[in-house]
Design a protein around this ligand. Structure first.
Ligand SMILES: Cc1cc2nc3c(=O)[nH]c(=O)nc-3n(C[C@H](O)[C@H](O)[C@H](O)COP(=O)(O)OP(=O)(O)OC[C@H]3O[C@@H](n4cnc5c(N)ncnc54)[C@H](O)[C@@H]3O)c2cc1C
Length: 458
């Protein structure tokens, strides 16, 4: 028999959404999780590069366990703002709606004219990585992306290094194929340098120039590691680790790097973007200040912008700048609503890796000692940080709910029926494991008949 209580709707089923769901469920609160994709895994499935096989599997299993709690109901293929609108959801009387929809919008490129060339010489990082993660699947439905040697990547964070790595892997794989050598991403993750050495080859011999990562500040300013920078000594150490991260990644994956360069214009030809105009910069505190008169053209067959991810604009949700407008920053309550909240990366976007020392010492040590595996640890650390942030946020929301009257049993039943309707609309019968099995894409390691690689260094 249904009893009185609260019923919360969570938008997004990934690290933050699944954690929010389990936190409510463990307090005896019913939860429905609305997810726009068939799979709930978000950045883990589509953003984390596919060479992190073990980490991906581990994180996805954790999400699965949370979403299968008896008080949690999963609704796939249902996007807030497209398939359902917030006012309609609120009319059903949910005790709270919690946005855990992450940060899926690429920060706009500083030269807005580039957007007219998306797909014609210019891409943004998020859709590019979604494609990269699925391109091997013969049954996949993602549109093909172009990859070309000599590409420009604009960025400076960890994700931009992933993009540079992915581009190098794809161009080297293609070049080796011409030599009759077959390889794959999971092998190259161990180092393109090693692989080429084994075959007695170099990039030059292969005729590969490699891509170039352009950053507006200096290498030591790249937001690559979670380390405090609040004293001159700590800043110096963080800068040393950042340099080590970049240099080691370059040595292993052979991409080029250009610091102190800000894109200020685009080059176009025959309806395509064929390069960028960069301006040199000087550092003033944290800022990169353009130096007048230093503009110069760099031609490239492809440009990928990887300058950060921010929350998507959604109908009915007010924005302030790049993020959602919050009325009550403590509760992360959305402006204009009594009971709509935001948790996880959707609160702030993910411009920068949060700096925290305690959990990251091990990772930093790993970076200093060796390269392999530290990035998987860093991603894992960010996920745990995300979960603990969400747990705190849900605790505050749950306290707020206890001060409000619970929903009557009848209303809970009506909401339950509505959730069933939403599930039926997309052909989901509530059998979570079977649904996941049916929608899981083909894994590269399975196609290659590989044992799980040890690329994550575990
Ligand atoms: C390349 C990369 C870089 C990273 N960089 C950082 C970093 O700088 N800082 C940091 O803290 N962490 C970073 N992380 C870690 C990671 O992003 C987070 O810890 C965590 O995985 C994000 O989880 P999430 O649930 O908030 O967001 P996501 O994984 O993005 O999940 C959001 C979910 O909501 C769904 N969704 C979105 N919109 C809607 C909608 N309208 N309706 C229904 N469903 C919707 C999505 O499909 C998705 O499943 C990075 C991860 C990767 C892979």
């Amino acid at each position: 028999m249904v009893e009185k209580g609260h019923y919360v709707l969570v938008i997004g089923g990934a690290v933050a959404g699944a954690e929010a769901a389990i936190q409510f469920a463990q307090r005896g609160i019913r939860v429905a999780v609305l997810e726009q994709n068939a799979l709930p895994y978000g950045k883990i499935e589509y953003g984390l590069p596919k060479w992190h096989v073990k980490l991906r599997n581990k994180e996805e299993a954790a999400i699965d366990a949370k979403l299968q709690h008896p008080l949690v109901r999963y609704v796939p293929l249902t996007r807030l703002g497209r398939d359902v609108r917030l006012p309609e959801l609120l009319r059903w009387g949910f005790s709270a709606v919690v946005l855990a929809n992450g940060a899926w919008r690429d920060r706009p490129f500083p030269v807005p004219e580039a957007d007219a060339y998306i797909g014609r010489g210019f891409y943004y990082q998020n859709p590019f990585m979604v494609w990269f993660n699925q391109m091997h699947d013969p049954n996949g439905t993602v549109e093909p992306y172009e990859v070309a040697d000599g590409a420009i990547v604009v960025g400076g964070g960890l994700a931009s290094i992933d993009v540079a790595k992915a581009l190098m892997m794809l161009t080297v794989e293609e070049a080796l194929r011409r030599y009759g050598i077959s390889t794959h991403v999971l092998e190259m993750e161990h180092g393109i340098d090693r692989l080429l050495q084994r075959h007695g080859l170099t990039l030059e011999a292969l005729g590969v120039r490699g891509c170039t990562l352009y950053y507006r500040r200096r290498a030591q300013d790249m937001p690559l590691t979670p380390m405090p920078t609040d004293t001159p000594e700590r800043l110096a150490r963080a800068q040393m680790v950042r340099l080590k991260v970049l240099q080691t990644a370059q040595r292993r994956y052979l991409f080029n790097f250009q610091e102190l360069c800000l894109p200020v214009g685009i080059l176009t030809e025959g309806g395509r973007l064929v390069g960028l105009v960069f301006c040199r910069t000087r550092i003033d505190g944290d800022r990169a200040v353009p130096i007048p008169g230093t503009e110069h053209e760099v031609r490239a067959p492809l440009v990928i912008s990887s300058i950060g991810s921010i929350p998507e604009v959604l109908p009915d949700i007010p924005m302030r700048g790049e993020t959602y407008a919050l009325a009550d920053p403590e509760l992360c309550r959305v402006e204009g609503y009594e009971n709509v909240f935001v948790v996880g990366n959707a609160v702030t976007g993910r411009g920068n890796i949060q700096e925290s020392l305690n959990h990251s010492r091990r990772i930093v040590q790993r970076i200093l000692e060796q390269y392999l595996g530290w990035d998987a640890q860093l991603y894992e650390h960010l996920n745990r940080q995300q979960e603990s942030q969400v747990a705190d946020e849900v605790a505050r929301i749950a306290r707020h709910l206890t001060a409000r009257p619970p929903l009557e049993a009848e209303q809970i039943s009506l909401i339950d029926d509505y959730i069933t309707q939403l599930q039926q609309r997309v052909g989901y019968d509530g059998d979570y494991p079977r649904w996941i099995q049916r929608h899981l894409p083909k894994r590269l390691e399975d196609l290659l008949h590989l044992e799980l690689p040890d690329a994550d260094g575990e």
